[in-house]
Design a protein around this ligand. Structure first.
Ligand code: SF4
Length: 308
């Protein structure tokens, strides 16, 4: 199947949506709402040069981050909930999104990086092909929450240069409790395996900026060290210890979970170090580790500003 056929196949899926593991089977072309409540057009919050991603993605000029509305996970603690829990934003067609991508390149961004693309993948990929035809040369980054349909990820082969998936949960009970996402560990694992199959488990750099590869992100949650350790064990056992990990410490309770019995506090330095030490013990070679000296002092971050 060539790339044009893949985009056509993806767009067909809007009519019986199985873009993510929720498998809503709604016809989004007729306005039927699935779990994500998104239409069959792009809904975008904003597009910015973003300096808060991992250093090889932000580089000097910033990642070309496209914040998309709504998310197929809607975690109860989401650090970016104003955007991810909302379906409001600018409605765009593929041509308009292609122009957004080209504008980010013109502004010197090192990549184009839609955040939470899962539910909007078909039109994003159509936009990417239009932008490529019009001179987009910077890498495309697929920055997702990890609750992916592996069959959809297979269709992205040849279009994505860099995958940036979260691997949030190794324990099913945590994925159900915090994100109402049954089967998350298996869907994430199978999807990330496919991502690694497509682009390798290395991160290819040019002048310190990422050109191709995978970075797996994991946000450490308070009191859920066993969940974090299971994520690491799964990656070690079934993917690679060479793949780049980004272990994030910036979890901050949002208003909605300030009274939650588990999620009502930040993580401690000891918790973070237990996770990073475990990753090192398992033999991971490439880990982005955050500065823990400021853990108790740093102000609220949002989900995509982990390295500021
Ligand atoms: S993308 Fe949205 S409508 Fe489609 S299966 Fe996922 S949650 Fe349901």
């Amino acid at each position: 199947m060539d790339l044009e056929d893949k985009v056509s196949r993806l767009k067909e899926i809007y009519k019986d949506c199985v873009l993510c593991p929720r498998h809503c089977h709604v016809d989004r072309t007729k306005g039927e709402p699935g779990y994500c409540r998104l239409p069959d057009r792009i809904v975008m919050d904003c597009a910015v040069a973003h300096h808060g991603e991992e250093p090889p993605l932000s580089g000097r000029n910033g990642a070309g981050t496209i914040f998309l509305s709504s998310c197929n996970l809607r975690c109860i603690y989401c650090q970016n909930y104003q955007i991810s829990h909302s379906v409001t934003g600018q409605e765009l067609d593929a041509r308009q999104l292609a122009d957004v991508m080209l504008d980010l390149q013109k502004r010197g961004c090192h990549n184009v990086e839609p955040v939470t693309p899962t539910s909007q993948t078909p039109l994003i990929m159509e936009a990417l092909q239009l932008a490529r035809a019009d001179g987009l040369t910077i890498p495309f980054v697929y920055n997702c929450g990890g609750y992916e349909n592996p069959e959809i990820i297979k269709l992205l082969d040849g279009m994505v240069e860099i995958y940036l998936p979260d691997f949030k949960y190794g324990l099913e009970e945590d994925s159900v409790m915090f994100s109402s996402a049954p089967g998350y560990p298996r869907f994430a694992l199978d999807s990330i395996k496919e991502m690694v199959r497509q682009v390798g488990d290395d991160l290819v750099l040019k002048d310190g900026v990422a050109r191709k590869g995978v970075i797996i992100r994991h946000l450490v949650l308070p009191g859920r060290i066993e969940n974090s350790k299971e994520v690491l064990r799964l990656i070690q056992k079934e993917i690679s210890t060479y793949v780049f990990l980004s272990l994030m410490s910036q979890y901050t309770p949002i208003a909605g979970v300030r009274n939650h019995p588990i999620l009502n506090r930040r993580i401690t330095r000891d918790e973070y170090e237990q996770v990073t030490d475990y990753a090192l013990d398992l033999g991971f070679d490439n880990i982005f580790i955050q500065d823990v000296s400021d853990l108790a002092l740093t102000p609220d971050f949002d989900r995509d500003h982990p390295f500021e």
